[in-house]
Structure formats: structure tokens, C-alpha cells
Write a protein that binds this ligand. Structure first.
Ligand code: BEZ
Length: 203
């Protein structure tokens, strides 16, 4: 069954460039699992380097990054060595060698026509539920700022039970969940909120 928002993140035991890992060992942390079409491709190279440059930002937010493609471990190692040699960027996060496409199938990441993985991103919460997902076409590089912004919005919801409005940026006010009683609805009007269903609160 395809992964959906709110579903439990499928577990796996896999080989990566940083040794074997399982999804379940990350319980208690946020995880960003992202797939790329193929090693040694230009757009993917820029994304890998940008994720590496922002690695400490993610770490500070209790986030672990995990890359994935259907390329072999040997190919991943050669590519990451090449990135280090040519661009002086060390890739600090594990990259899954999903040669049998088992994880890719579980996370609905297979591009059937190309036979490889699409550009997918999943944000998984500390309870291992999928909270956010996005797919980009092969020709379009991801926006790491937007992934970080979305992660921070999810963490505001996780920590403060607030939703976030359109174009929300970290530091801005969030939105309180709708009232559950008529009394609460009237209370909001009396408090001066323009509409009973829209109440902002600092994050
Ligand atoms: C790239 O990462 O540059 C790429 C990968 C697959 C298809 C097209 C571009």
C-alpha cells in the first residue's frame, strides 16, 4: 500500500554509505528521507551538496537526513568520493543503496518508465509517522529552504499544537485549532477575533 500522510513510515533494514541502518532505530528523532533518480547526475549533485551544507541546521532541529536511490553501494561511494574531490563537500548523511527497489516500492518512489527513483521527500516525525511528502520531477531540483521551513512548521504543530498559515515563516504567529464548542466560538468573537474560526497565537 502506498505511503500517505499520517501513515506509519514503513520500516526497513538496509545498506548505506554509513553502514547498515533501519528506519525504526530513528524513533524519537525527526527523519527526512529523500530519494534521487541516479548517482553522477548534475541536479542530484547540487542537491546532495546543499543538504550537506545545511546538515548542521537539520541536526540542530533533531533531524536525521537519509538519502536513497536504486544505485549500488559501490556507485554511491564512488560518487560521494568524487563530490569530495571535485567540490570539497563531504556528504555526512547515509545514502541507501536500494538495489532491489524494496524501500522505493514501499515509499512509492519508482519511476516506472525510467526504472529508477523519482525525487521524493518524506518528513517523518519522532513517532515514525509520515507528516509531509513531496515529489519533484527529475529535471527540477528541490528547494532545501522550503523543506527546512516545512519541517519547522511541523515542529510548531508538534510542540505547540498550532497550525501555520499561508506563507508562514519561522517566528511568525501560528493558528489555534478551531473551537470545539459554541461557547468557545462566542468567546473568540468577544476576544476581538474577526472570525470565530481564525485565531492567531505566537509560536
Ligand atoms: C539530474 O539529477 O541532473 C537528473 C537526473 C535524472 C534525469 C534528469 C536530470
Amino acid at each position: 500500500m502506498a505511503v500517505t500522510i499520517g501513515a506509519k513510515a514503513p520500516d526497513f533494514m538496509v545498506n548505506t554509505t554509513r553502514g547498515p541502518i533501519s528506519m525504526s532505530e530513528y524513533k524519537g528523532k525527526w527523519v527526512i528521507l529523500f530519494s534521487h533518480p541516479a548517482d553522477f547526475t548534475p541536479v542530484c549533485t547540487t542537491e546532495f551538496m546543499e543538504f550537506a551544507k545545511r546538515y548542521e541546521n537539520f541536526k540542530d532541529l533533531n533531524v536525521e537526513l537519509i538519502g536513497l536511490s536504486v544505485d549500488s553501494l559501490q556507485s554511491h561511494i564512488e560518487w560521494l568520493k568524487d563530490i569530495k574531490e571535485k567540490f570539497d563537500v563531504e556528504i555526512p548523511y547515509p545514502v541507501i543503496a536500494d538495489i532491489n527497489k524494496e524501500v522505493a516500492r514501499e515509499y512509492n518512489l519508482i519511476d516506472e518508465k525510467a526504472g529508477n527513483t523519482v525525487r521524493g521527500v518524506f518528513i517523518i516525525d519522532p513517532d515514525q509517522k509520515v507528516r509531509w511528502m513531496i515529489y519533484y520531477p527529475a529535471e527540477t531540483g528541490r528547494n532545501i529552504d522550503e523543506i527546512l521551513r516545512s519541517l519547522k512548521a511541523l515542529q510548531v504543530n508538534w510542540n505547540n499544537k498550532l497550525a501555520t498559515p499561508v506563507n508562514w515563516k519561522p517566528g511568525e504567529k501560528g493558528i489555534v485549532p478551531p473551537p470545539s464548542t459554541l461557547e468557545d466560538a462566542y468567546k473568540r468573537i468577544n476576544e476581538g477575533n474577526k472570525a470565530w474560526y481564525l485565531k492567531y497565537q505566537g509560536t
